[in-house]
Design a protein around this ligand. Structure first.
Ligand code: NOJ
Length: 528
């Protein structure tokens, strides 16, 4: 197995992890100081959301220089020790690569926009307006309004899938491809272990710029972007050659990882592994973020996902990220332990989102506190992402130990009770459960390498087995509030509880059947 197949990934949102210089925004020195926490937690790799120079219109996803660190976060002289300290602790470091668009302040775009004749004109997507006036076609920006911005100086429009200050690069241009490949090598040579690639399914647009069709399922109340199906602006067949090009760069270096951000139905993810698996090693599987939290729905999803993977492709699972409401608020705090057991026992590479391991909730954001440009552009649809990006809750001190100064986003009101220091010594806390599960994965090959065998999705019970040579591990999860009894599967009459929601049961023998409380779960080594 490759390291990333048995690994657990952990996403850090650098602005909110740890502030070391008292400006209310997290930084690289802060992350370095917290690496021992991550090593002790038991994860294997840290993915940092963007830390590159940026005007921060989209908090770093608008990059003005791909090969440096934004002063807000530190310098390259902070980055190199971050990588070496992480490696010393046994942690890999993954960066966020944002190839679809740059900032409008990037020198490439400044040059591109200067005239129609400049050498970099074709590096971005410039089009004339429609014959009858207005933008070139009907494509919409995810962040509201037309995806085309008129530029008076040269009387043309440029395309931006997100903010107008995030112009899309033209990946059909060979110089763009070469320049972006070089930026990847810059970081790979510095020792980073791979990239998470932002909106990888957006990279190539229809060559003929055909209008997108209306979305027949659109209902009032959905964000305006969803009025159209992004048929011609995303997920184009040509994207797979572009991804193969990124992968080829990754493969110039040993043991590096390529992850793609792809919001598509699970059946479409298969293509992102690439022809002969020469695409992304892991196209992110976000389906649990969108599936109702019910045993039957989750079991059906796992079946669909497992069934759609190409031969040899490795699965992965995500329960939270910086773009979606916090897990604890989505499924309810009672279920967070069950979710932890699900995420860390499914087949494939799990990704944890910072703070989910202590049960951080979505923080309410008052109108005057909104920072997210998406929420500012499209208010009233609940798209705001600030509430899942609030400061990490380290302890019960002021600002939760995140910063000596007022943080850039509010700290959760429950930070005095929901924090790392409070949960750390308690094996039965959520953090204690994560640590026990992460340790268990390291010692039980069935959990990392084993096959997935569904057993039940009746009522609130979701049960499955992970089976490897010499080991069967049963996972029983109760997604409801009522106690339940689950009989051990055929071929086994007893087992040992490896990990359960309540640490007091760890190590106990199970005979005949498993007894669960409401909102409870158990991972059991089966005996023949
Ligand atoms: C996806 C990122 O995860 C999100 O935070 C960002 O706003 C968009 N891509 C645009 O880069």
């Amino acid at each position: 197995m490759q390291w990333w197949q048995s690994a657990v990934l952990y996403q850090v949102y650098p602005r909110s992890f740890q502030d070391s210089n008292g400006d209310g925004v997290g930084d690289l020195q802060g992350i370095i100081a917290r690496l021992p926490y991550l090593a002790d937690l038991g994860v294997d790799a840290v993915w940092l959301s963007p830390v590159f120079p940026s005007p921060m219109a989209d908090f770093g996803y608008d990059i003005s220089n791909y090969t440096d660190i934004d002063p807000l976060f530190g310098t390259l002289a902070d980055f190199d020790p971050l990588v070496s300290v992480a490696h010393t602790l046994g942690l890999k470091v993954l960066l966020d690569f944002v190839p679809n668009h740059t900032s409008n302040k990037h020198p490439w775009f400044v040059e591109s926009r200067a005239s129609r004749q400049t050498a970099k004109r074709d590096w971005y997507i410039w089009r004339n307006g429609a014959a009858n006036g207005g933008p070139p076609n009907n494509w919409l920006s995810e962040f509201g309004g037309s995806a085309w911005q008129y530029d008076e100086a040269t009387d043309q429009y440029y395309y931006h899938a997100f903010l107008a200050s995030q112009p899309d690069l033209n990946w059909r241009n060979a110089d763009v491809r070469a320049a972006m490949h070089e930026t990847m090598r810059f970081w790979l040579r510095r020792g980073v272990d791979g990239f998470r690639v932002d909106v990888i399914w957006h990279l190539i647009k229809d060559e003929a710029f055909r209008d997108n069709p209306p979305n027949p399922d659109f209902v009032d109340g959905q964000p305006p972007y969803q009025r159209l199906l992004p048929l011609y602006s995303t997920d184009r067949p040509e994207v797979h050659d572009i991804i193969a090009g990124l992968r080829a760069v990754i493969d110039e270096f040993p043991e590096r990882l390529l992850i793609g951000e792809v919001y598509l139905p699970v059946e479409r993810l298969a293509a992102y592994y690439g022809r002969d698996l020469c695409g992304a090693h892991l196209p992110f599987n976000f389906s649990l973020l969108q599936t109702p939290w019910r045993a039957d729905a989750i079991a059906a999803l796992i079946e669909r996902y497992e069934g759609s993977l190409p031969p040899g492709a490795w699965p992965n699972w995500v329960l939270g990220n910086h773009d979606r409401p916090r897990l604890a608020s989505r499924i309810g705090v009672e279920q967070v332990k069950v979710a932890a057991m699900l995420l860390l026992t499914l087949r494939g590479t799990p990704t944890l989102y910072y703070g989910d391991e202590i049960g951080m909730r979505q923080v309410p954001i008052a109108p005057g506190q909104v920072r997210d440009p998406w929420e500012k552009n499209v208010p009233g649809f609940g798209v705001g992402r600030d509430g899942c990006r609030t400061p990490m809750q380290w302890d019960d001190s002021a600002n939760a130990g995140f910063s000596a100064a007022a943080p850039w986003l509010p700290v959760a009101e429950d930070s005095a009770v929901c924090n790392v220091a409070g949960e750390r010594g308690d094996l039965s806390s959520l953090l204690g459960l994560y640590r026990r599960l992460l340790a268990l994965r390291r010692s039980h090959r069935a959990l990392t390498e084993g096959a997935y065998r569904p057993l039940a999705d009746t009522g609130d019970i979701l049960a499955y087995e992970r089976v490897a040579e010499g080991g069967r591990v049963l996972v029983v999860l109760n997604l409801g509030s009522q106690p339940a009894v689950f009989p051990l599967p055929a071929g086994s009459t007893s087992g040992i509880t490896l990990v359960s929601s309540d640490s007091n049961r760890d190590g106990q023998t199970v005979a005949g059947s498993v007894n669960l409380h409401g909102h409870d779960g158990a991972v059991i080594a089966l005996r023949p």
